[in-house]
Ligand binder design. Sequence first.
Ligand code: FES
Ligand code: FES
Length: 162
Amino acid sequence: MTKKIDAIFALNCSVNGAKIEREIHSSRSLLEFIREDLGLKGTKEGCGEGECGACMVLLDGKAVNSCLMMAVQIHGRQLVTIEGIKGKDGGLHPLQKTFMAEGAVQCGFCTPGLIIASEALLRRRPGATLEEIKLELTGNLCRCTGYEKVLSAVEKAAAKRK
Ligand code: FES
Ligand code: FES
């Protein structure tokens, strides 16, 4: 029988621009840390096994599935959750605006993950093409929208960011 190894770890990181210092169990997943310890419920738990993208967050600017990572892995790094995605004026982010304008949100469960994945792409490729957007969002499942409005929302945000 394998024995689960757990220890207390002193975690230092940045979350949505604020420095965080916490003692956590080394067995804590990043998703548990975000939702339960930090109370940031915008990051969703869907499949819990890396298939749906609902739990995506930005880690040092790259989109990662937080259900597949341990919280200790963000030590010394910069985490941004959907709560940290804002426009320059502190209001809605341009992607949030285009998602609303295009009607790309229904139940909204997938939306934080889609916005995070799209933001990661647009940071790398500000004027991303439709094909690039489709490729980037293959890890994000949506059971409601049929994807067309989502793709259109990201395309519009990309056109504005060129
Ligand atoms: S909950 Fe993490 S990928 Fe589905
Ligand atoms: S809007 Fe419901 S899962 Fe995407």
